[in-house]
Design a protein around this ligand. Structure first.
Ligand code: ITT
Length: 199
């Protein structure tokens, strides 16, 4: 039987990142009843996998088992071409335990300087996984390409948004209205694939 997500289903959004939780709620546009892993007090699993897809599945499965609800997880990050794809799956970890993204963005800039890089091409990836308690799971991936800019610009969004200028635009994600980012982001592109698979 094909897997379906019926409108109005109660879903646990398996994230402790408020910026992500807000964007996922915007992208889902009221299709489901949402509760976050943070609101349910679910533990944060260690992200022990080596890919976005692996970590998204790990987080969705952990939240589904702990809550008994269908779970949606996002594993995402910024990849820089001149840094061989770093920070990639380590994007959150580059900000350290205090989640200092000003420091993380500076670290990206320093690494590019050390490498003598002239190419500032970068991309965001989002893997979205849906897991049923005790059951199957589905995972998809979306990507948006762009260029890094320094110094950081804009105070909207979260994480690395102030240094990422998507292809074709002059503004960074940090300067865009939420609806504009949600119209083109890696997360929105992943959700389009999830819709095709499950809705
Ligand atoms: P959860 O695991 O609880 O969802 P997290 O912040 O640890 O939260 P990740 O492990 O997926 O999530 O780390 C992804 C990091 O990549 C995240 O902390 C951001 O800094 C960055 N990132 C992902 N999507 C982003 C976006 O749309 N804009 C800016 N930065 C983003």
């Amino acid at each position: 039987m094909a897997l379906r997500l019926e409108p109005g289903t109660k879903l646990v959004v398996a994230t402790h990142n408020p910026g992500k939780a807000r964007e996922l709620a915007e992208i889902l546009e009221g299709r489901f009843e949402l509760v976050t892993a943070g609101e349910l007090g679910l533990p944060e699993p260690d992200e022990t996998e080596t890919t976005f897809v692996g970590n998204a599945l790990l987080k969705a499965r952990a939240a589904a088992e702990a809550s008994g609800l269908i779970a949606l997880a996002d594993d995402s990050g910024l990849s820089v071409a001149a840094l061989d794809g770093a920070p990639g799956i380590y994007s959150a970890r580059w900000a350290g335990p205090s989640k200092d993204f000003t420091a993380a963005m500076r670290k990206v800039e320093e690494r590019l300087e050390e490498a003598g890089a002239e190419d500032f091409a970068a991309w965001f990836t989002s893997a979205l996984a849906v897991a049923w308690p005790g059951g199957p799971a589905v995972v998809v991936e979306g990507r948006v390409d762009g260029t890094l800019v320094f110094p950081p610009r804009g105070d909207r969004g979260f994480g690395y948004d102030p240094i990422f200028r998507p292809e074709g635009l002059s503004h960074t994600f940090g300067e865009l209205e939420p609806a504009a980012k949600d119209g083109m982001s890696h997360r929105a592109r992943a959700f389009e694939k999830l819709k095709a698979a499950l809705l």
